[in-house]
Design a protein around this ligand. Structure first.
Ligand code: LMG
Ligand code: NDP
Ligand code: PMR
Length: 408
């Protein structure tokens, strides 16, 4: 079927490498102190999970060759998700995927991978229109395979304007990818969004939360066979992994800072209410919110709507713009460190193919899953940390976020 051939673009080209010496030094059972628990420690017995890799490899489903369509068909807004070709065969219409932050890194690579199949029209939702247009051209994306639309997640007004503009464009919405993010690793003082929320959580979580909530209506209207919402998570927000234990560790605490609006002035800019601001922790906390939000969407809407909600850790894409604010020494050493020491490095192109799988691969329709990949690029359902999978915390984050973005 034409749906199955979507997997064509997802062929893996990464060589499988032997497991790292560094990683072999890890003990098979590791005690990680658990903050705020009288139980004292959580034993992490599964070393493979702790390192963010699976012990089982699933290679077969990915062994398909890349196929590039030269002339993507125009987006159809006709009510049927299929159209009859001259031969009388039903063919799937082009899907429409909105990707936030598609002007660089993972978002751009995924946009390119999807557009190249000819099966997807990519709406690049970006804060810098010109940068996004240039990036799409430089990446070789064909005219007509994408639309750039303005979205600044640091402003809730901009989010609402994007939704209006998207609806006026009269495209269906088949998949939403919440990918954009900022990381302020060296910041000692917070900066704030237009709405007065700390920037990292404001952009990475709250802006996306409003966007995703508003666009649920559009996803529900879509007649596409597999409608999905994907929120990009990360290993560094998961304290059941080695990477998630590099200080500062993510922890949302009792959410008192979030309840206070992360406004800094009258209270804390940190979700857990800590008085001292830590940019690296704020980023990791925002990723925990992203992963909790995906699961809460799943619990509230999957059964009723059939929409697939998922998150992923795309691998360590050490060369992206995410590290633009880090010190030069870090930016120089981080890629070789990830390549040769942790072996968690992936290229932007490879990470883009992974995200494209979560968007389009027919085998990845399971909802509520946090996807990760082995070194040979086979996907597997990964385990989230205790905090990042806590349903009570997810509900509270949802309810507090609703208030902050004006939905409740
Ligand atoms: C903070 O520093 C910054 O302060 C903050 O601003 C922000 O950037 C944040 O997460 C982002 O990082 C992190 C800093 C502190 O870690 C470092 O990067 C320092 C580098 C230390 C060098 C280690 C040697 C590794 C060898 C690699 C050689 C190549 C060098 C490349 C380096 C590139 C940089 C990545 O971190 C610390 O406090 C110390 C580091 C702790 C390690 C964390 C492991 C957690 C452990 C929990 C489980 C224990 C596992 C034990 C395994 C034992 C095995 C025998
Ligand atoms: P990049 O910095 O390359 O891309 C981030 C994108 O987000 C850019 O397009 C950027 O726009 C956009 N963005 C930033 N702020 C806003 C805003 N206010 N409104 C709209 N868009 C905004 O980083 P990555 O590609 O690495 O990051 C993509 C995702 O991957 C993030 O969710 C990140 O957390 C996640 N991730 C990254 C990992 C890595 O190793 N790099 C590992 C795990 C997860 P502009 O181009 O204008 O700056
Ligand atoms: Mg980390 C298996 C080991 C592993 C992996 C997969 C990552 C991913 N990192 C690992 C280990 C380590 N890192 C170790 C042992 C150290 C101490 C030397 C280390 C340090 C480190 C720093 C300082 N790592 C970092 C930083 C960052 O500033 C990045 C960060 O935390 O951003 C929030 C980062 C990352 N390491 C990763 C990944 C994927 C990141 C980046 C981004 C992200 O989560 O989105």
């Amino acid at each position: 079927s034409s749906l199955n051939s979507c997997s064509a673009v997802l062929a893996s080209d990464s060589p499988s490498s032997p497991s790292s010496m560094a990683l072999q030094l890890l003990p098979s059972t590791l005690s990680v102190p658990k903050k705020g628990s009288s139980m004292g420690a959580v034993a992490v017995k599964d070393t493979a999970a702790f390192l963010g890799v699976s012990s089982k490899a699933k290679k077969a489903s990915l062994a398909v060759r890349t196929q590039v369509a030269t002339a993507p068909s125009p987006v159809t807004t006709s009510p049927g998700s299929t159209a009859s070709s001259p031969s009388g065969k039903k063919t799937l219409r082009q899907g429409v995927v909105v990707i936030t932050g598609a002007s660089s890194g993972l978002g751009l690579a995924a946009a390119k991978a999807l557009a190249e199949t000819g099966k997807w029209h990519v709406v690049m939702a970006c804060r810098d229109f010109l940068k996004a247009s240039k990036a799409a051209k430089a990446a070789g994306m064909a005219d007509g395979s994408y639309t750039v639309m303005h979205l600044d997640l640091a402003s809730l007004d901009s989010v609402r304007q994007f939704v209006d503009a998207f609806r006026r464009a009269e495209m269906p919405l088949d998949v939403l990818v919440c990918n954009a993010a900022i990381y302020r690793p060296t910041a000692r003082t917070p900066t704030f969004t237009a709405d007065g929320h700390e920037m990292s959580v404001g952009v990475n979580h709250l802006g996306h939360f409003l966007l995703a909530r508003l666009l649920m209506e559009d996803l529900q209207k879509s007649d596409y066979p597999s409608r999905r919402m994907v929120i990009v998570g990360s290993i560094t927000g998961n304290s059941n992994t080695l990477a998630g234990n590099v200080p500062p560790k993510a922890s949302l605490g009792d959410l008192r800072g979030l309840a206070g609006g992360l406004s800094g002035a009258s209270g804390s800019a940190m979700i857990d209410g800590d008085e001292s601001f830590d940019g690296a922790k704020a980023y990791k906390d925002s990723k925990v919110c992203n992963m909790l939000t995906m699961q809460e969407f799943h619990r509230r809407y999957h059964e009723e709507t059939g929409i697939t909600f998922s998150s992923l850790y795309p691998g360590c894409i050490a060369t992206t713009g995410l590290f633009r604010e880090h010190i030069p020494l870090f930016r120089t050493l981080f890629p070789p460190f990830q390549k040769f020491v942790t072996k968690g490095f992936v290229s932007e192109a490879e990470s883009g193919k992974r995200l494209a799988q979560v968007v389009a691969e027919p085998s990845l329709t399971k909802s509520g899953v946090y996807w990760s990949w082995n070194k040979d690029s086979a996907s597997f359902e990964n385990q989230l940390s205790q905090e990042a999978s806590d349903p009570e915390k997810a509900r509270k984050v949802w309810e507090l976020s609703e208030k902050l973005v004006g939905l409740a």
